[in-house]
Design a protein around this ligand. Structure first.
Ligand SMILES: Nc1ncnc2c1ncn2[C@@H]1O[C@H](COP(=O)(O)OP(=O)(O)O)[C@@H](O)[C@H]1O
Ligand SMILES: [Mg+2]
Length: 304
């Protein structure tokens, strides 16, 4: 806060924003949002540096944010509901993370579907060697993943199936951060409470980013879904009367795109919306992502 504003506040000239903030238990208070640096760190090899510099936006911002996340990017894709893009997000984001030149562990914890493993098999030779896919579920998963990470993986993505709540909790413990993709229909958003009930049972700080997936941003149901989710976060619902202080609703969304289903089993060449979502989850404010993309487009037009 600018110093003069602060002094005006102490004099009672400007209302203190603190007085309007909802009560949040201090153990769960969101840490001050740290925006990652968006430059290539000095330790990065020249070949990777060159590659990253040439990336289109918003993909470049996502990769830079990942390179500047000190302990690596660790995210669980989980929601107690199926067909909401968990696997698609897991694979796309793991592939984006490989662009850092650092090794990525992609855990397929959906024992019933094993879709990540099948995707990798279908991609064959095209699958990047930097992304290792393993299938784990059950109680041994925590140890297996911790042991593997200790062997030098930098980034960790866990794709959790819709049915096993124990696996979702284990995955959250391992990553401490999750994306909860949901569709915008009323029937989908009301089911979020099942996922949030699990979060409240954890007694551990887990940061969750809710993302509207396969969305139709122009429909009124999109705005209604956002309002409903914000209400849940702010404690306006009887289901979560204390609110959900470690949950945020992403500005970024991934619309329903017919073409995505066709990229299954291959390495996509367009990461568009996925880059924005990853960058935002890593702490880059949505307006910054949009500005950088606009500047890049402007430059690309000028270069023609
Ligand atoms: N943005 C999208 N638009 C349209 N179809 C999508 C989109 N994202 C994923 N799909 C398709 O929806 C289906 C379910 O996606 P998937 O990622 O497997 O969900 P989950 O893992 O949550 O069950 C798949 O056929 C996938 O190709
Ligand atoms: Mg799946």
């Amino acid at each position: 806060m600018p110093r003069d504003l602060a002094s005006q506040q102490t004099q009672g000239l400007v209302p203190s924003p603190a007085s309007e903030e909802p009560f949040v238990p201090s153990t769960f208070r969101a840490e001050p949002a740290t925006t990652p640096a968006l430059t290539v760190p000095s330790h990065v090899a020249d070949a990777v540096r060159e590659l990253v510099t040439e990336l289109p936006e918003p993909l470049k911002t996502a990769v830079l944010a990942a390179l500047n996340t000190p302990d690596g990017v660790k995210i669980t894709m989980g929601n107690a509901k199926g067909g909401v893009m968990k696997t698609t997000l897991s694979v796309y984001i793991a592939l984006i993370l490989a662009l850092t030149g650092e090794p990525v562990l992609l855990v397929d914890a959906d024992d019933t579907n094993k879709t990540c493993l099948k995707w990798q098999a279908a991609a064959g030779e095209d699958w990047p060697p930097l992304v290792t896919v393993v299938g784990y579920t059950g109680s041994a998963m925590a140890k297996q993943v911790t042991d593997l990470m200790a062997r030098g993986f930098k980034h960790l993505i866990i794709d959790v199936g819709p049915t096993d709540k124990g696996v979702l909790k284990t995955a959250w413990m391992l990553t401490k951060r999750g994306i909860v993709p949901t569709q915008q229909h009323v029937g989908d958003v009301v089911q979020l409470t099942t996922t949030f009930d699990l979060l409240e049972e954890m007694g551990e700080r887990i940061d969750l980013s809710v993302m509207l997936a396969k969305s139709f941003p122009k429909r009124s149901s999109y705005t209604n879904a956002r309002d409903y989710i914000q209400g849940l976060i702010q404690g306006e619902s009887a289901d979560h009367p204390d609110g959900l202080p470690t949950v945020e609703l992403l500005e970024g969304t991934i619309p329903l795109l017919e073409g995505i289903a066709d990229t299954w089993g291959s390495i996509p060449d367009d990461f568009g919306y996925f880059g924005s979502v990853l960058a935002e989850v890593l702490g880059v404010p949505a307006p910054v992502i949009a500005e950088r993309e606009a500047a890049w487009q402007h430059e690309a037009l000028g270069a023609r």
